[in-house]
Design a protein around this ligand. Structure first.
Ligand code: NAD
Length: 360
């Protein structure tokens, strides 16, 4: 099964499979290069590397690996520079293809390196977390964090291909599965009420990665993201911004806690609850829809509040966010399960009230 991200000559496919067996043939049709750098984590390469590297090498690929420490703290300019240093010291045979083999951290960082190394080399997203398969590997947003602001340096740079092997998710710890589910819940809220209802009734199967449920949620989420990216590639039409539901506060919480306390999915889970409550307070979302959201997020084992964080600090960090426009944060607010609006016109007093309830 393959989903197309339709972007003219930069279009690419998202394969949803259960192995890497057919990857070399698909990749071989997209590039004449047979030289690659796999960017990943050491533990991931130990666990799943052979199943990725073997078929590629059998098809004539020369592959080298470069590993980075796990966690968000690797998504920095310094780490990008380190990788570029390694790549640039290798004799140049042909244009190397970078293979981002990991979760969203590897994908964002490797994609960023691909965008700037030699003014751009091709890369492939081979996501290994649920979050990366349903969201971060798709859409070409690549970049790194600054200490005070997430994803502050980056580019739009699309991969040749996204290869989702559902099989590798088997080893994903429960916390990471939950984190990925947060992005699936987000897709349900912004665009697909039926997906949200499926999660409400099949949550246990999704969390335990039962094949049919897993395939359904990955496929539906990838379709939503592919469609939005194709219609508003650079977030200029107001549509791609819908994908930022939960991210206004979520990103601020991550930066305010130095990216250590919550995973990305956990932070946006809190952000989604706060945004939905804001929407209720503004009278644009029914209370019952808000309650459905909070119930699902709780049932998924995700946090709904940010205890022990200073609200003032979060407000300060909000100002550095890319979503801070004309002196105000930009919010994505649900109007129901399955629809959102984007607005900067949220009364500051309402934001403060909601922050007091959600943060601190
Ligand atoms: N570019 C985008 O559009 C976009 C969208 C959403 C999120 N993001 C970014 O994605 C990042 C979060 O990604 P993430 O949640 O995947 O976190 P992550 O990349 O940090 O991965 C989480 C952990 O799971 C481990 N792991 C990965 N695959 C595994 C597997 N198959 N089995 C066992 N362990 C495995 C990793 O080693 C890591 O320790 C954040 O930096 C966020 O900003 C980007």
């Amino acid at each position: 099964m393959s989903i197309r991200v339709a972007l003219g000559e930069r279009s690419y496919g998202i394969a949803i499979t259960t192995s890497y067996r057919d990857l070399p043939a698909r990749l071989g049709a997209l590039t004449s290069s047979r030289e690659g750098w796999v960017i990943s984590h050491r533990s991931l390469l130990r666990r799943h590397g052979p199943e990725l590297l073997r078929p590629l090498r059998r098809h004539g690929w020369t592959l080298r690996t470069v590993t980075i420490p796990e966690s968000e703290s690797s998504k920095t300019l310094a780490m990008a520079q380190r990788i570029i240093g390694v790549l640039s010291r290798t004799p140049r045979m042909c244009v190397p293809v970078l293979v981002a083999f990991g979760g969203g951290v590897v994908g964002d960082l490797a994609g960023f390196v691909a965008a700037v190394f030699r003014r751009g080399v091709p890369y492939v997203q081979v996501p290994t977390t649920l979050l990366a398969q349903v969201d971060s590997a798709i859409g070409g947003k690549v970049g790194v964090d600054l200490p005070h602001a997430k994803n502050m340096v980056g580019a739009f740079y699309h991969p040749l291909l996204v290869w989702n092997n559902l099989g590798v998710l088997d080893t994903l710890p429960l916390r990471q599965r939950r984190s990925g589910l947060a992005e699936v819940i987000k897709c349900g809220v912004i665009a697909d009420g039926a997906l949200f209802a499926f999660l409400e009734t099949h949550l246990a199967e999704c969390l335990s990665l039962r094949p049919r449920a897993l395939r359904l949620i990955v496929e539906r989420s990838c379709r939503i993201k592919a469609k939005i990216v194709a219609r508003d590639e650079r977030e200029t039409q107001g549509l791609r911004a819908h994908l930022n539901f939960g991210h206004t506060l979520g990103h601020a919480l991550e930066a305010a806690t130095h990216y250590r306390r919550w995973s990305h999915g956990e932070a946006i889970a809190i952000g989604m609850c706060a945004a939905a409550e804001l929407a209720v307070a503004m009278g644009i979302c029914p209370e019952l829809e808000f309650q459905r959201l909070v119930r699902l997020i709780r049932a998924a084992g995700l946090p709904t509040r940010a205890r022990g964080v200073e609200a003032g600090r979060v407000l300060r960090v909000l100002r550095y966010d890319k979503k801070f426009i004309h002196g105000r944060p930009r919010w994505v607010l649900p109007t129901r399960i399955g629809g959102v609006i984007v607005t900067e016109r949220v009364p500051a007093a309402a934001v403060r009230r909601v922050l007091q309830r959600y943060v601190g």
